[in-house]
Ligand binder design. Sequence first.
Ligand code: 26Y
Length: 821
Amino acid sequence: QGAATSVSIQLDKDDFKQAVIRNLHRTLGTDENKANKHAWWKATSAAMQELVFERLRTTQKTHYLNDTRAVHYFSAEFLMGRLLSNNMHNFELFDTAKRALKELGVDLVDMLEEEPDMALGNGGLGRLAACFIDSLATMEFPAIGYGIHYEHGLFRQEIRNGAQIERPDSWRDYGNPWEICRPESIQQISLYGYVETKYDEDGKIHKEWHPGSIVTGVPWDIPIVGYGGKTVNVLRLWQSQSSEYFNWDVFNAGGYVDAQRENVESETISKVLYPNDETEAGKELRLIQQYFFSACSLKDIIRRYKRVHGDDWSRFAEQVVIQLNDTHPAIAIPELMRILVDRAELSWNVAWEICTQTFAYTNHTLLPEALEKWPVRMIGKILPRHLEIIYEINHRFMAEVDAKWPGNNEIKAKLSIIEESNEKMVRMGNLSVVGSFAVNGVAEIHSALVKSQLFPEFNELYPGKLTNVTNGITPRRWLKACNPSLSALITKKIGGDWILNLDKLDDLSAFASNKTFQNQFMKVKQQNKLALAEEIKKLTGIIVDPKAIFDIQIKRLHEYKRQHLNLLHILALYRRLLQDPDYDMHPRVFIFGAKAAPGYALAKTIIYAINVVADKINNDSRVNEKLKVVFLPNYRVSLAEKMIPAADVSQQISTAGKEASGTGNMKLALNGAITIGTLDGANIEIAEEVGEDNIFIFGLTVDEVNETLSAGYNPYDYYYSNEELKATIDWLDSDYFTPGNPHALSSLKHSLLEGGDPYLVLADFEDYCKANLALDLAYRDKSKWAKMAILNTAKMGKFTSDRSIKDYVERIWKLDSCQVK
Ligand code: 26Y
């Protein structure tokens, strides 16, 4: 495939200096003497942006002239993080910039901290989209990301008295240097209203949607620089604005105040990212968000297509493939049908053929509470014509089902896009499977479960449609940029090809037992731990020993991810140390980062529990030499970049069958952390790659989880038979950790016992403790541990997002790369 091989930008230190100064003067209207850190950051970003724009222009011209087929990645979330350092790395200008700024008296690494994270996503799904567009640009594939220009990204987390507080995130408060507004490409979209049925002279039926309101979508483009700086693709994010055609009737009737209020409402659409992941709340505004960005994006695609092909729709699916990142943009399916049937006046069958050749859908979850369903009533109110179309799609689909399973109403009820519950619902997953030509899960086990558990009948009906593409991460951000010392060491040892060909890392395997290399590798780890220790002190005041094991669990807070299993084990260690001051363990620091959805009470209780336990342990001089617990507030991409290079241990302990893939597991292993984990998601493939000697696997398998549950799982059996487990759980319900407030953590105990322990924390506790013991022993053998760590890095080649993108390109998107001169 067309991976970039050399840099396109030649710029030396003095050129760079001049560019920064020029922008300081001419873009910011300030100078070297007055500029503060923020001004330097802006001027440097502007200097980079000059280069970025030049390549963006060339890329767009090349794609236009070649009339290339392109992938359009529709995602409600793009978790981009910071862009300046990334763009410097991808142009291979980081070192040049560092030296240039140093001569100007500015420390680059320090200055980079000025940039707010672009946090337009919740977690894995949003970060995956960001890694994918990096790989697409790097491998020079014509691609565009489409999403929402949220004014406020994921909330900023503060911890007060141990509890999570949500504060608004304002990433563009003082202007964002990376986005370009494109008023020439604004779109109007419709909402509400009613559908009129008309008949022409031949008695042919025609549907006309009379919308109740119109909203304007303003596109903002974020350039996406591929590694090597040749291709610069675009992430196009839509901001909602009130339309001037908005509600004239109300306005003219003298309803000035009402019209004004409606204006505010249309601007609300892109105001804020919903902070829930994995629990669908069925909020009207979210549905409007989904339609808003899907419809704007489709119009944008069609405008571009028509510029070349006019009204000839026959080549649409040849030119356009749309990847739906989960079902969030699935409303695009009936929207395209509406455009083709009502507007372009194609026959239903021709339109449906185009549609089902255009869309592909990625599923990211099996959790029932995360599968999107919208009340029929709500869709009927907001998108009346789309509801009719969905019913028509379903009607024809039900006929197909009946042909395959004649008279089988049970299967029909299960596969129907409409759920005939008390309140009728539209199942977006079913709609997506029916309306797409390919459906993929995100890790081998997950895709197998999509086929066998979630959509088994669909798999029978459409053989070959359901498939797997294992997730990946970009090694540019997640090794080269975030861990410069390790990158330099690797490059010195095996050359720099790994950046574009991550399988090359396997060349390190030959040195895994080499004492000199082990020392070099672990010295880098030690330095990174020192740096994180300083950061921990700065952020929390807690002092940790960089010689201790740095044990890290970073991910959204969810019961299925089982941060509370980790916590119970910490309590067990604490108890052992209190009972036996000589209890033999290597000093260990448990470090957490996690945001809880604001409405997820138990998740917030778990955060609180971690913090109060941390407070107690960290201030208990009896144990404090051996055990520390740190909760780092406001976990986000830029904090991950500081934590991951310093990890010795990676906690990946979800209940088997629940974590679709995980991607943090890949980032940590790539940076030489050893995984302690269950046979779930991509852990299984990581274990296959690194081998069982280089990972700590524990716990029930997917099959055993199912057997345990169907045999009538009773957490009390474990509670009463494991003295240590009982003691730690009871401890949580005392007032030991919450003096004066004995029941502050009762809900946690309650969910694990009376609540039935739905994620089998108690069932896995004992084996988890054993695995932790094995890990502790392994760490004491320095050479053994170093070998394991090196092999983890060496065996991560499979998990580059370049490989994921190659899989999508070859098996689903069928794209050609396009070299940009
Ligand atoms: C519908 C709404 C409530 C919703 C919003 C966000 C539902 C889900 C999400 C986000 C889900 C998510 O991030 N899923 C994660 O996707 C990763 C990338 O595929 C996986 O690695 C990870 O296992 C999965 O939990």
